[in-house]
Design a protein around this ligand. Structure first.
Ligand code: DAH
Length: 315
């Protein structure tokens, strides 16, 4: 009997045997009930057997319960190398993705990334960009002024100035950053992201500008059939100035960027000799490009940090 108990491998079996032994109609129960008819020696032996059996049951029960607990723990063990549940996994924000794509493309064309301060002085945001005080073109942008005369940068063109002031020419860079204007509707927010290209060397031409812009847009929108429309425009810091439109689905033309040949005054303001050097600049809102690429209807929501909105658009 003792040997049998030791070999039992499930708690159910053990319980069944226990019931058959010590239950109401159990074999041991019957013998114990009969004890009064035994002599002292037989009683002592029965008592011993009784105690040994109970101990054996108890020991086996503890062993089986311990084994069950161990196997349960083994099943529940957490695997720290498993990936998080997919619904909790984040992705890069569309603006971050778009910026990374723009940067990769422009860097592959030989442009290097530059940044600058978001609180700018008048010189870098306006004056050096051939937009002196009282120049009517200052009204082209609704500027946030600070009490000390500084501004919240209205255009990344300020980064052109800062870069040329320190690096001179030749120079081939793109400036990246937040810009600020007093405006707010579905396609304009008070803060937006701008990217500014600048390429100055001895013989850089308008054809180079259009070539780079076309190659850039083809890569960014992953299309090799893009159609562009070049319109004459006005910016104080370029001459000639152009605006570049791109044709989208349904034949809709949308303005993509402003550009032009950098004005000699701008070069001069940065200590670059316009008799030796010339080149182009272009500027665009990269949040706008992200909207167009990913089909997002409202620019303001890009800055809303609403995860449900991001999920709806697959981010
Ligand atoms: N700074 C202009 C704007 O914010 C965009 C722009 C136009 C930038 C022409 C340029 C440029 O570099 O050449 O509207």
């Amino acid at each position: 009997m003792l040997g049998k108990i030791e070999k039992i491998n499930s708690l159910e079996e053990l319980q069944a045997l226990y019931a058959a032994t010590f239950g109401k109609n159990g074999t041991m129960t019957a013998r114990l009930r009969d004890m009064k008819n035994l002599d002292a020696a037989a009683r002592a032996e029965l008592n011993e057997q009784n105690a040994a059996l109970r101990t054996a049951f108890k020991t086996r029960q503890t062993a089986l319960e311990y084994a069950a607990l161990m196997s349960k723990l083994a099943d529940e063990k957490q695997d720290a190398t498993l990936d998080a549940a997919p619904e909790n996994r984040g992705t890069l924000h569309p603006l971050t993705q778009a910026l990374a794509e723009v940067a990769t493309i422009l860097e592959s064309f030989g442009y290097t990334m530059h940044t600058g301060p978001e609180v700018e002085d008048d010189w870098h945001n306006f004056t050096a960009l051939n937009t002196p005080a009282h120049h009517p073109a200052r009204d082209m942008q609704d500027t946030f002024f600070l009490p000390n005369g500084n501004v919240l940068r209205t255009q990344t063109s300020a980064i052109q100035i800062r870069t040329m002031e320190t690096a001179g020419a030749p120079v081939k860079i793109f400036g990246v950053g937040a810009t600020y204007r007093k405006e707010m509707d579905a396609t304009h927010g008070p803060m937006f992201g701008q990217i500014e290209g600048l390429y100055i060397d001895r013989d850089v031409t308008m054809a180079d500008l259009i070539g780079d812009v076309r190659a850039f847009l083809e890569r960014f929108f992953e299309r090799d059939d893009i159609e562009l429309r070049i319109r004459p425009s006005y910016f104080p810091f370029t001459d000639p100035s152009i605006e570049i439109d791109m044709k989208f689905r349904g034949g809709r033309w949308l303005e993509i960027m402003g550009a032009g040949m950098v004005h000699p005054n701008v070069l001069r303001n940065c200590g670059v000799d316009p008799e030796q050097y010339q080149g182009f600049a272009f500027g665009f809102g990269w949040d706008r490009l992200a909207m167009l690429k990913y089909g997002l209807p409202d620019l303001r929501e890009l800055y809303g940090n609403d995860v449900r909105w991001l999920r709806r658009y697959g981010f």
